[in-house]
Design a protein around this ligand. Structure first.
Ligand code: SF4
Length: 284
């Protein structure tokens, strides 16, 4: 029996290109990683893919690339862990009941290719049917709404949608390959309307055009929980070439700590629950 039938046999182990991204199918050694560092409060992180087609130019995950070539080409490569489901099935012997799992820490689980592959979906099915962990799903893709039926099977689950700015111009400057802000807000509204616990993560918060209007847009989604975190280009683990691009863009947009703090103060006053930094990401 082929446990992951959405990957055609002829694709396995091969390479292909979709858009700006080179796709490689790999056999991974493991699928659950004991959480540490920023995500240390969780039991495990789970990354169905490595690399990321979204290629945000500030992305800290690029630091964890295996080679300088991969760091330099962050956003242009993606590895599909084609044996991810088989690896997760091995945990049936010792189910992950009530374990806290964060999907995903160094990629987005809803890559464009996920629409056809359904790799993340296969893992969610396995977790829902055999494990029932306490789950947080982090994404910036509207594709997440596809899996509402599965989220409903978990007793404890939260969908986090990343929305970093109210400006499409800013979004395109830092996240040119990502879905639009509008689509992300619509998707998290749909998740919320379906009765799934939801959260909007403004991490990092990029330059904001109109904080009051943005706050209204955020509230309009029905989401009750929000997390904000500053952009830390000087402290973060950035690749050199990317860091310079991101820092320069911040400079050109005249964004600074003072402006960040002014926007966050409005969030504190208007939003029902605002977590800041690591504390905001604590397991549910
Ligand atoms: S979507 Fe997330 S993992 Fe992917 S490049 Fe952007 S910040 Fe990095």
């Amino acid at each position: 029996m082929d446990l992951f039938s959405n990957i055609a046999p002829e694709e396995k182990g091969k390479k292909s290109t979709i858009g700006q991204t080179d796709i490689q199918y790999i056999q991974s050694a493991s699928i659950l990683t004991e959480a540490k560092g920023f995500m240390g409060a969780y039991d495990y992180t789970l990354n169905p893919y490595s690399g990321c087609s979204f290629g945000c130019n500030y992305c800290y995950a690029a630091f964890f690339s295996r080679s300088s070539d991969e760091k330099d080409n962050w956003g242009h490569w993606l590895k599909v862990k084609e044996n991810a489901l088989q690896l997760l099935i091995k945990f049936r012997k010792k189910p992950l009941l009530n374990k806290t799992i964060y999907i995903s820490s160094v990629t987005d689980p809803y890559q464009p290719i996920e629409k056809n592959l359904q790799l993340t979906r296969s893992l969610l099915k396995e977790l829902a049917n055999y494990h029932k962990p306490r789950l947080v799903i982090q994404t910036r893709s509207p594709l997440v709404t596809r899996d509402i039926d599965l989220f409903k099977k978990f007793e404890v689950v939260q969908v986090n949608m990343t929305v970093t700015t109210d400006s499409e111009a800013v979004r395109k400057a830092f996240e040119p390959y990502c879905p639009s802000n509008k689509l992300r807000l619509k998707a998290i509204q749909e998740i919320t309307d379906a009765g799934i616990q939801s959260c909007i993560t403004m991490t990092p918060l990029l330059p904001i055009e109109n904080a009051l209007l943005f706050t209204d847009e955020l509230l309009h989604t029905g989401v009750k929980k929000f997390i904000v975190q500053p952009f830390h280009p000087d402290k973060g683990k950035f690749i050199a070439s990317t860091r310079e691009v991101a820092i320069e863009q911040m400079r050109q947009m005249n964004w600074n700590d003072l402006k960040y703090n002014q926007v966050v103060q409005i969030f504190r006053e208007k939003l029902p629950w605002l977590g800041e930094g690591k504390q905001g990401f604590a397991p549910i």
